[in-house]
Design a protein around this ligand. Structure first.
Ligand code: TMP
Length: 221
């Protein structure tokens, strides 16, 4: 397989949104895509796991399947969904010069499967790192929506709705996921911009749009 690189993906901009449950990521991804479209950009708004018919099928299995997978199989299923999403949606959009706004990507696998399920064990992190190299593509900009678990829980309770496999995990799992995201943001400050998701939705939207404008200038899109 030819490794994918930004150089093969044309002139678009690849933006991901990351964070724990209940931080308002999906709403903010939609608002960001709408704001960028209103500015005249062509935008693909998408999500993971999912974003293509094949990857949405895998999402269903991962989030609502009746059986648990081994940790290795679970990581590979996320990577399989991501491969289909990249090949059939993200890379073609970037080649057309579009801005891709993607709700979750590789960082979620590291936070949820690496730190949440795998509890940061070196064997799990090494396996995950190897799998990530097979699906070798990174965002230009990652917007990390940060919200303490207590506030996120209050929002999730108010929202209600169907609970998936990850949402149903114990509190300690979610704390490990948040610690994982924190470590990811600290390790790569050039790519990952932290945003306080406890602000008003309008203030969060403004902060995200500003970060994207800065990135557009740097990338010359
Ligand atoms: P969502 O609730 O943001 O739509 O995401 C679906 C769930 O999938 C969420 O609980 C995080 C989880 N997830 C992983 O565990 N690993 C991954 O690689 C991705 C992309 C999502």
């Amino acid at each position: 397989m030819v490794p994918r690189s930004k150089g093969m993906a044309g002139k678009g901009l690849f933006i991901t949104l990351e964070g724990g449950e209940g931080a308002g990521k999906s709403t903010q991804a939609r608002l960001l895509a709408e704001a960028l479209s209103a500015e005249g950009h062509k935008v693909l708004l998408t999500r993971e796991p999912g974003g293509t018919p094949g990857a949405e099928e895998i999402r269903n299995l991962l989030l609502f399947g009746k059986v648990d997978l081994s940790w290795r199989a679970e990581i590979l299923m996320h990577m399989a969904a991501r491969s289909d999403h990249l090949d059939n949606a993200i890379l073609p959009a970037l080649e057309r010069g579009e801005i891709v706004v993607c709700d979750r990507f590789h960082d979620s696998t590291l936070a949820y499967q690496g730190y949440g399920i795998g509890q940061g064990a070196s064997e799990v992190l090494a396996f995950l790192n190897g799998a990530r190299k097979l699906v070798d593509f990174e965002p230009d900009l990652t917007l990390m929506l940060e919200l303490p678990r207590t506030q996120a829980l209050a929002r999730l309770k108010a929202r209600g709705g169907q609970t998936d496999r990850y949402e149903a995990q114990a509190e300690a799992f979610h704390e490990r996921v948040l610690a994982g995201f924190d470590a990811i943001a600290s390790a790569d400050p050039a790519r990952v911009k932290r945003v306080d998701a406890g602000q008003t939705p309008e203030a969060v939207s403004a902060a995200l749009l500003q970060a994207v404008h800065e990135s557009l200038t740097v990338q010359g899109v």
